[in-house]
Design a protein around this ligand. Structure first.
Ligand code: PMP
Length: 449
C-alpha cells in the first residue's frame, strides 16, 4: 500500500508499471540466478535484469571487488585517470580480435551507441546511418533514430539521417511482422543456424540494403551501419548465414564503417564465441557493449581501432562518470569470473540443451511457433497457428507471462508484436534450474494451447 502511494506520487509514469505484470514485482533481494520479492517468494530469473546480470546477482567475487574499490576510490573523472580503468581497458581489449584495441568507457548502451554514431560520422565525414528495422539500440535522442521500431520512437522527431533496412527474419519473412508482406518467409532457411551451403536467403536481404544505396544515399555517403549480432528486444532474431558479412562488405564499399552492437550478445553468452559477431565471420570497426559488462553496475564501453579513435582527440568527447574506478573494478571482476568459472562453455552446453528441450515443447504445443537463439540467449515465438505464424494476441501473452511468474519464472518479452518470450538468465544458472523451468513452461503453454 505504502509503496503504491509512492509509486503514483513520486515515480515517473513510464516506469511506474514495472515489467507489465498485473501488479509490479518489487524485488527485495537477489542471489546468483534467483530473485526474491518483498514477501520472500523466490523466482528463477530467466531474464537476468534484461540480459544484464551476467555472472549472477550479488556474485561474491564481484561484490568483493566492489567493496574493496569503494574503500579506496569512488571517482576521479577522466581528468585524473585511475588504475582500474587502465587494468580494465587492457583486459577488455585482450578479448577482442584484430585492431579493436582502443576502449572508451561510458555508462549505458545508449551512450555507447551515441558515441559510435559520433565516431562514424567524424571518421567518414558522412552523416547518414543505416540500421535494421525492428532493432533496438537505445533511447537517447540519437539512438532513437538508430532504433528501428515505432514503439520506441513515439516521442522524438529525431530521425533525420537515419535509415532502416529490411529485417532479415527467416521466420517472419522480408517484412517481419507485416502479415501482408508480398515476400514470404523462407521456410527452409534456419537463420544463422542454417547449415546449407547453398542458402541464398541472405542475398535478397542484402539486395534491400543495396537499394538504400541506389535510391536514398549518394555514392560513398554513408557514415555507418549498426547491427545487433542477434536482434534482442526485436525478438531474438537471427539472420541468415552470410548476411552480416555481405552487408559489411557492401557498407564498406560505400564508404561507411560497421558497428556491432554487442550490448546483449557479448561476454560469452552465446557460447561459441566471446563476441557474437565472431560467429558471423566479421570484424567490425566499432563494437558497443553494456548490460552484462558489469553484472548490473552502470557501465558500458565503445571499443574501436586506433585509426578511428584518433578522429576524436582533445576535448572532442567527454563524460564525467565514464571509466569510473567502481565500474571498472566490477567489470574487471566480471571478466575474471567468466573465465574462472568457464561461463562461456557453460552457456554453450546448457543453452544447447535448453534450446533442444524447448524444441520438444514446440513439437508438443501448437501455440509455440519457433524456438531460436544461441547459448543462453533464447527466444520462443508464440503463434495462433503454426501454419499461418500469426502472432499470439497480446492478452494471451500477458496471461501466460503472469502464469509463468506465478510458477516462479521471470521471463522477458519482445518481438514485433511482443509475442516472443525471451530467456537470458544469469550465466551461472544450473541444469536442475533449467529442468524445473522447462516443466513449468511446458505446463503453462499447454494450458493455453
Ligand atoms: N543496444 C541493445 C542491443 C540493447 O538491447 C539496449 C537496451 N535494451 C541498448 C543498446 C541500450 O542500452 P541502455 O538501456 O543501457 O541505454
Amino acid at each position: 500500500e505504502e509503496l503504491n502511494k509512492i509509486r503514483v506520487a513520486n515515480l515517473h509514469p513510464s516506469i511506474r508499471k514495472g515489467t507489465h505484470f498485473k501488479e509490479p514485482l518489487v524485488v527485495k533481494n537477489a542471489y546468483m540466478q534467483y530473485i526474491y520479492d518483498t514477501s520472500g517468494k523466490r523466482y528463477l530469473d530467466l531474464l537476468g535484469g534484461i540480459v544484464t546480470v551476467s555472472v549472477g546477482h550479488c556474485h561474491p567475487k564481484v561484490n568483493d571487488a566492489l567493496f574493496q574499490q569503494a574503500k579506496n576510490l569512488w571517482h576521479s573523472a577522466n581528468i585524473h585517470l585511475n588504475s582500474p580503468v587502465h587494468e580494465y581497458a587492457a583486459k577488455l581489449a585482450a578479448t577482442l580480435p584484430g585492431d579493436l584495441k582502443v576502449v572508451y568507457p561510458v555508462n549505458s548502451g545508449s551512450e555507447a551507441n551515441d558515441l559510435a554514431v559520433l565516431m562514424a560520422r567524424v571518421v567518414t565525414g558522412n552523416f547518414d546511418i543505416i540500421s535494421l528495422r525492428n532493432g533496438y539500440h537505445g533511447m537517447s535522442p540519437i539512438t532513437m533514430g538508430l532504433t528501428g521500431h515505432s514503439t520506441w520512437k513515439q516521442t522524438a522527431p529525431h530521425y533525420f539521417g537515419f535509415h532502416h533496412t529490411m529485417l532479415p527474419d527467416c521466420y517472419n519473412g522480408l517484412w517481419a511482422g507485416c502479415r501482408d508482406s508480398p515476400v514470404q518467409p523462407d521456410r527452409k532457411c534456419e537463420g544463422s543456424n542454417c547449415t546449407s551451403t547453398h542458402c541464398t536467403s541472405a542475398d535478397k536481404y542484402v539486395q534491400q540494403l543495396q537499394e538504400i544505396f541506389m535510391y536514398t544515399l549518394p555514392q560513398k555517403k554513408v557514415a555507418g551501419f549498426f547491427i545487433e549480432s542477434i536482434q534482442g528486444v526485436g525478438g531474438v532474431v537471427q539472420y541468415p548465414k552470410g548476411y552480416v558479412k555481405k552487408a559489411f562488405e557492401l557498407v564498406r564499399q560505400n564508404g561507411g564503417v560497421c558497428v556491432s552492437d554487442e550490448v546483449q550478445t557479448g561476454f560469452g553468452r552465446t557460447g561459441d564465441s566471446f563476441w557474437h559477431f565472431q560467429d558471423h565471420g566479421v570484424i567490425p570497426d566499432i563494437v558497443t557493449m553494456a548490460k552484462g559488462i558489469a553484472n548490473g553496475f552502470p557501465m558500458a564501453a565503445v571499443v574501436t581501432t586506433p585509426k578511428i579513435a584518433e578522429c576524436l582527440t582533445g576535448a572532442a568527447h567527454f563524460n564525467t562518470f565514464g571509466g569510473n574506478p567502481m565500474g571498472c573494478a566490477v567489470a574487471s571482476a566480471v571478466l575474471d569470473v567468466i573465465q574462472e568459472e568457464k561461463l562461456q562453455e557453460h552457456c554453450k552446453t546448457l543453452g544447447t540443451y535448453m534450446i533442444h528441450e524447448l524444441n520438444k515443447i514446440r513439437e508438443e504445443v501448437p501455440i509455440v511457433g519457433d524456438v531460436r537463439g544461441k547459448g543462453l540467449m533464447i527466444g520462443i515465438e508464440m503463434v495462433k497457428s503454426k501454419e499461418t505464424r500469426e502472432a499470439l494476441p497480446a492478452d494471451k501473452m500477458a496471461e501466460i507471462f503472469e502464469d509463468l511468474k506465478n510458477g516462479g519464472l521471470i521471463v522477458g518479452r519482445g518481438g514485433f508484436f511482443g509475442n516472443t518470450f525471451r530467456l537470458s538468465p544469469p550465466m551461472c544458472i544450473q541444469k536442475q534450474d533449467v529442468d524445473s523451468a522447462l516443466e513449468t513452461i511446458r505446463q503453462v503453454f499447454k494450458k493455453y494451447a
